[in-house]
Design a protein around this ligand. Sequence first.
Ligand SMILES: [Fe+2]
Length: 308
Amino acid sequence: MTDAAITAAAAQIAQAQADKALRPTIAGFFDEATNTITYVASDPATREAAVIDSVLDYEAASGRTSHGSADRVIEYLSANDLTVTWLIETHAHADHLSAAPYLQEKLGGKLAIGAEIIRVQDVFGKLFNAGSEFERDGSQFDHLFTDGETFRIGNLHGIALHVPGHTPADMAFIIGDAAFIGDTMFMPDFGTARTDFPGGDARQLFQSIHRLLRLPDETRLFLCHDYKAPGRDEFAWESTVKLQRAHNVHVHDGVTEDEFVAMRTARDANLAMPTLILPSVQVNIRGGHLPEPEDNGVSYIKIPVNAV
Ligand SMILES: [Fe+2]
């Protein structure tokens, strides 16, 4: 089967591997509270940058938000004289709130996510019984990426890939020789993302992962989360296609789709829901904005009882 988007992504990566000027500088910021990595990918020549998967700190007990994690990213950007052109979400996260609106207010840049977010908005709009003021058309974002779509960060080339499975809207973003693969694969010793959220699909995730594993062996893969793993005490978030194909405990070469689906489904049945799933999803389907304040000026986050 031909896959024009993957072929184009592989060509872009090979070109950047051969030409240093086409490779991004990458900084990863690990958030211990949610095990999330926020990335800044920047063009050393033009100083343009993309921020990928930012984190808004949120304390569930008090319902308070704060900006320590986002401010660390802002400090890095200003210390390195970087201008933000894109604020990218790989998907509507279920374990942390996005800080994209906060960053956008301070720094500018276009807020973008995958076009299938409208399906996620539809499912969760119903779950939270959101009123008609909650548009399910992706209009909370400045741009909706589709599979194979190209973009630029200064002189660097980017390609968006639709990699559903964890959620229907998951995207991977190839920037120069680096791939930001969101919640598809994690470190080889940890495996893959869960597929039991509404709209998740283990078979689709396997197929999406196998698209990514067709990229060149030395492609730098940057993961969205890390949880350590038995025998590993340090957090880690960078891998390669070659390492994943050889060692990923869930999807190394030789694992069949049916084997993967059986393993993933059995494993998901035993996973607890992420602590912040209900606040995260409610905010992230709104592009990281809190629900409209009520007439007392306060925003409320709903908890559907016995519904998830
Ligand atoms: Fe996720």
